[in-house]
Design a protein around this ligand. Sequence first.
Ligand SMILES: CC(C)(COP(=O)(O)OP(=O)(O)OC[C@H]1O[C@@H](n2cnc3c(N)ncnc32)[C@H](O)[C@@H]1OP(=O)(O)O)[C@@H](O)C(=O)NCCC(=O)NCCS
Length: 161
Amino acid sequence: MPTEIVVPLLIRDLTEADLPHCGWSGSRLHLEHVARELGRDDADYLVACVAKSGFPVGKGLIDYRKTAGAGTIGQLAVHPALQSCGIGTALLLAAEERIRAHGLSHAELGVEVENPRARALYERLGYVAYGTEPDGWDEVAPDGSIRRYETTCTLMRKPIT
Ligand SMILES: CC(C)(COP(=O)(O)OP(=O)(O)OC[C@H]1O[C@@H](n2cnc3c(N)ncnc32)[C@H](O)[C@@H]1OP(=O)(O)O)[C@@H](O)C(=O)NCCC(=O)NCCS
């Protein structure tokens, strides 16, 4: 029988000191990109961390410049060992709170068309699909080379009341 243990988490702004502990969230290239973006004054990076140790277990970006009147949530990831425990939902709700505090009327996000589980989570939280757009980023191949990954994302939005 599983033992249930409550682990208090804290959601706060991501700092450069968190990045060496965020290897679970993406490649070296991704973390270098996050490090460059941390200084932006039109974006917030949130991190969910274990309250006692400060160890990061989930993260996400809110971009305030992509769409006028909306905050765009992106780069959402939860440590693989802790997925389906509610951390992604907690991060999304905290991101929506930030967007509301900025006086914006909508939260937006893009989800890859091949990621139905993430899309189902967003739909459960009230996001509605309204279009698609191509997306792409550089990633590190198993042989260490860098290759371009191209994909299509479903765009979703939710009114923030
Ligand atoms: C998508 C992702 C960010 C969601 O985070 P998460 O922490 O797993 O999400 P949640 O736990 O809040 O909700 C997801 C699931 O847990 C369930 N859940 C929510 N709260 C729960 C709780 N307190 N206890 C148990 N299960 C819970 C939800 O019903 C949902 O069910 P599902 O397994 O059918 O999807 C995460 O799975 C992830 O990092 N995936 C890989 C990267 C990725 O796809 N990112 C999205 C890019 S758009």
